[in-house]
Design a protein around this ligand. Sequence first.
Ligand code: PRP
Ligand code: URA
Length: 208
Amino acid sequence: MKPFIMDHPLIQHKVTLLRDKNTGSKEFRELISEITMLMCYEATRNLPLKQVEIETPMAVTKSNVISGRKLAFVPILRAGIGMVDGILELVPAAKVGHIGLYRDPVTHIPVEYYSKLPSDVDEREVIVLDPMLATGGSAIDAISKIKEKGVTQIKFMCIIAAPEGLEALTKAHPDVQVYCAALDDHLNEDKYIIPGLGDAGDRIFGTK
Ligand code: PRP
Ligand code: URA
């Protein structure tokens, strides 16, 4: 499936502020939340609607509400946590699962250390959240894990993607619609995204 690269000016402006090395953790977290909210608008565009009858103070009328599968959000720990508050502002009834992965510093292969998904996750549409798609290993493994639970409708939302990660992810999971706010140039020898924004987890949680 062709990835959806956001071109909205508000998103582009906020991504520029996010990349800036002088942006501190507080502002960084706020920007991640705001960008996620704006991206959620696009990622939920195709949710099905049904008509219900309601009564306004003036008349009885038919009006649309969201129908179909309920949503679950699954952040990839740690950095994906930064995207949860923003998306829950817009879809407060969604359930939230967590998948913990870290990249081995030498091999860059993801190592799983935690997983907890909603018990009815197979009845939901899942949006996986992670600000960074670098080699794609973490996203690919997280999505495989979610599919093992019987989930058939999955979207992946990231803020910065590397071409290498995007290619690997769309090849491994061609059925997953990917949304990203920016498509960057390349990965360096340590598999960091260039120009990127550095280590997303460290910048969100102030650990460096
Ligand atoms: C970062 C990021 C992604 C992953 C992307 O997490 O949040 O999960 O790297 O890289 P990949 O596409 O090459 O797998 P990291 O492993 O640094 O863990 P952290 O969130 O705990 O800092
Ligand atoms: N993880 C990050 O946090 N940043 C990168 O550039 C690559 C992986």
